[in-house]
Design a protein. Structure first.
Length: 342
């Protein structure tokens, strides 16, 4: 493992940044599906706007990459994650370590059954379903790609049920400006990264309404409580939400104009349509689909989640950001039920 390259699957902004981070300590193969994209990366040594480290080699040969790499980092949008893992599956062996960096959910389609937890999978659960991989982990934390790409100080969490996965992730990723913590609560850490995107969209909407930091502080504090409530119901532990991958990632994403989810909320509050925003963005804002999925889960399980329910109405039922704010401000202290917006 020490002499073999590390594989990164997905050459978007975060995948490229992770590849560059890994290249500080190892040779890296960066996989992109389109051969023309690989040729372009090889020629200009850039990917997603970032200059590639000298030890990053682009490739579109998935089989060859997996054969050379014992540690793989799939970092693709949740909408295409299962398809990517299925493409990867024939080449994976039980000795591979797979650490994903995708903060989204996968839904098993059904025309008749309600959306329950057994139909909603985290990315680690998708990997487990589709492959023979055993040693599975995830990356989570306040990892805004632009800041990481600029070499600014940051930290992440590698979560896994296996100590070997955590230790391997730490050895491969840690450098003088990038700290890597570990956690054995894989599902809890995944849910932190997933659920904070809902609150980040709401934070962007506050910014779009030109509201101040008092309002944002209220949103973040209530949002963290809602994340914990939903996360516990879906299989996570409270402790995960109180650390770097939970409150740390939440604060960073709720304040950063570099966040795609924050940007969606900000533009919605300024009068743009969701369809126009999504079409205009180069990469997916995971919080949009997450809100759609989690809204159905909290309804089915009767979970107190007023921010999620209100944000769903703003995203998909044409509730204005101003009316959404008015709704949230009327929630009685200690109660989590929605307030009707007339």
């Amino acid at each position: 493992m020490q002499n073999s390259p590390v594989g990164v699957i997905g050459a978007g902004s975060f995948g490229t940044v992770v590849a560059n981070l890994l290249a500080e300590n190892s040779e890296v193969l960066l996989y992109a599906r389109r051969s023309e994209a690989v040729v372009q990366m090889q020629e200009n040594r850039k990917s997603a706007g970032y200059t590639l480290h000298s030890r990053v080699q682009p490739t579109n040969d998935l089989a060859a990459m997996v054969a050379q790499c014992s540690v793989l980092f799939p970092i693709v949008a949740s909408s295409g994650f299962r398809e990517t893992i299925r493409s990867l599956s024939p080449y994976l062996r039980p000795y591979h370590i797979v650490i994903h960096g995708t903060k989204g959910l996968d839904v098993t389609p059904s025309e008749t059954n309600p959306l329950t937890r057994d139909r909603v999978k985290t990315m680690s659960e998708v990997i487990r379903e589709e492959t023979v991989a055993v040693r599975i982990g995830c990356l989570a934390g306040p990892n805004l790609a632009r800041e990481l790409g600029e070499g600014q100080p940051a930290a992440t969490v590698v979560a896994s049920r296996f100590d070997e996965v955590i230790q391997t992730g730490q050895q491969l990723l840690r450098n003088d400006l990038f700290q890597v913590y570990g956690s054995d609560d894989l599902i809890g850490i995944e849910l932190c990264g997933i659920l904070k995107n809902i609150i980040a969209i709401a934070s962007g909407a506050l910014s779009g309404l030109l509201l101040g930091e008092n309002a944002r502080a209220l949103l973040i504090s209530r949002g963290l409580l809602e994340m914990i409530t939903i996360g516990k119901a879906l299989g996570g532990n409270t402790e995960a939400f109180m650390g770097v991958a939970g409150v740390g990632d939440l604060v960073a994403t709720c304040f950063s104009t570099n966040s795609r989810n924050y940007t969606v909320g900000h533009r919605l509050a300024q009068g743009e349509t969701l369809e126009g925003i999504v079409e205009d963005m180069e990469e997916m804002a995971e919080g949009v689909n997450t809100t759609r999925i989690v809204k159905q889960l909290v309804d089915y399980y009767h979970i107190s989640a007023p921010i999620t329910r209100t944000l769903y109405r703003m995203l998909f039922e044409n509730l204005s950001a101003q009316r959404a704010l008015e709704s949230l401000m009327k929630i009685p202290l200690g109660e989590g039920e929605d307030v009707n917006v007339l």
